[in-house]
Design a protein around this ligand. Sequence first.
Ligand code: KIV
Length: 254
Amino acid sequence: MNHRLESFCAAKGQHRKIAMLTAYDYPTARLLDEAGVDIVLVGDSLGMVVLGYPDTTWVTMADMVHHIRAVARGAGRAPVVGDLPIHSYDTPEQAVFNGRQFIDAGAHAVKLEGGADHAPQIRALTEAGIPVVGHIGLLPQSVREEGGYKVKGKTPEAVQALINDGLAVQEAGAIGVVVECVKHEAMRPITEALSIPTIGIAAGEDCDGQVLVVHDLVGAFPWFTPKFVQPLAQTGVEIREAAAQFVAHVHGAN
Ligand code: KIV
């Protein structure tokens, strides 16, 4: 495994929380790296916040590889995880073939969505020497089949199913698991059941780390902010204001 992942893998045992943010381009990756982010995710949220698609199901391998290359050039210290897009890991062989393209582009690990049903893909990637971060709970790539974004872990049976998925992902070799949009009370038993770190998004505080889409954190996509995010900057508003000032200046020069 690449030495950049060592600190990530040791964090849970050392009771250190993990801060993960997404990046899709060179300057953002470089800024996050300089800020001390523990791990950078080139998420397929790329589709919405950068490419203007309605959801992640439009993202292709070519899109991801292009942006992973840029992020890898910017992140000089932090490990980079590439999100395998929909249908790029339908079989274990496909997962390994496409995972290798991410590693060649500069990623240190890949992420894929799914629990026990995707254990064969995680095992195949791990055996091929490609570290994997799992993703359970709400799975954005399944949003069309699920008919929208819905909170998971609402019943004791649903919590147990999440624990089972987390354990399956862990046993298949994953080095960590993103847990998305889970009822906050469900997170403690999941985090306690797993020896690999749980990285939560919209899942409350009882996780080993947190991940956010960087555009949500810095207000760079001002037309939509998820309810669970409190932006710490408003860069979208600043860009619009700076552009408007420039326009006024240039038009005023007539
Ligand atoms: O695509 C993405 O950015 C993600 C995070 C929200 C975890 O999967």
